[in-house]
Design a protein around this ligand. Structure first.
Ligand SMILES: [Zn+2]
Length: 255
């Protein structure tokens, strides 16, 4: 049993959200993925309603809604998405959405998510653009400390800042991470060893698997990730925590 806790709809399938959702479901079956969390994205060509409708026939796929902290009526949009469109979390992408993760409006929105008892996934991949925007692990940590009642997922484990993110996560019990994208992006580099070190150091707790599809096909990502992790000494029981148990508990948990 495997949960893919970080993927997206692919706009290239046939251009429709329904076509993208069906293709996602097909690839999940092919890869043996039992459940998945789709992250809706504002820059994709569909509304939050279209994505919700496209995913509604697939009971094993849930979604996080992507909102901008400074957009008008953001609190009511979040509530509407959770209560009426069946979204189960909030996705924030400070790099692509170009907002300041340290701003008061961002903290207010993340706190609001905690009040609604939904988790917030924040992109934490330090590519060149993000670094030039002032990417800093400290901004992530300060936000998580301020919003201690909100469960927060740092996506991509902070990339090559993984050791900093790990040290911070150890002081922040409301923080979780996913290993999507980074594990395969940094293939054959010391960052992979650091990621595995961080996983083991955290006793394989609070870390989820994700493919970040459509960056890679779902099965290719799963097979390659498992191969790399086994080669780096991750045991089968550690692997099952990463691939299933941690996410299963997290996504079925109510406060
Ligand atoms: Zn992603």
């Amino acid at each position: 049993m495997v949960i893919d806790a970080h993927l997206h709809l692919n706009p290239e399938v046939d251009g429709t959200a329904i076509g993208a959702a069906n293709e996602l479901s097909r690839q999940m079956k092919d890869a043996g993925i039992t459940n998945a969390i789709v992250l809706q994205l504002q820059f994709q060509p569909w509304s939050i309603e279209e994505v919700a409708i496209a995913l509604s026939p697939h009971s094993n796929i849930r979604a996080f809604v992507n909102l901008h902290p400074d957009e008008e009526d953001v609190f009511s949009k979040l509530e509407y998405s959770i209560k009426h469109l069946n979204y189960v979390g909030l996705k924030l992408h400070p790099r692509l959405q170009e907002f300041d993760l340290g701003s008061a409006s961002c903290a207010r929105l993340v706190k609001k998510a905690g009040e609604l008892n939904i988790p917030v996934l924040i992109d934490a991949f330090p590519d060149g653009t993000h670094l030039m925007q002032g990417f800093s692990p400290l901004t992530y940590a300060k936000l998580a400390a301020e919003c201690f009642d909100t469960r927060i997922i740092w996506a991509h484990m902070g990339g090559h800042y993984v050791l900093d993110f790990m040290m911070l996560a150890k002081r922040l019990p409301n923080v979780y991470m996913d290993c999507s994208y980074s594990l395969l992006y940094y293939l054959n580099s010391p960052t992979v060893k650091n990621m595995v070190y961080a996983m083991k150091s955290m006793k394989m707790d609070r870390i989820f698997y994700g493919s970040d599809y459509p960056d890679r096909e779902i099965k290719e990502s799963l097979d390659l990730s498992c191969k790399v992790l086994r080669e780096e000494g991750i045991t089968e029981s550690e692997l099952s925590k990463l691939l299933y148990n941690n996410a299963n508990i997290f996504f079925n948990q109510t406060k």
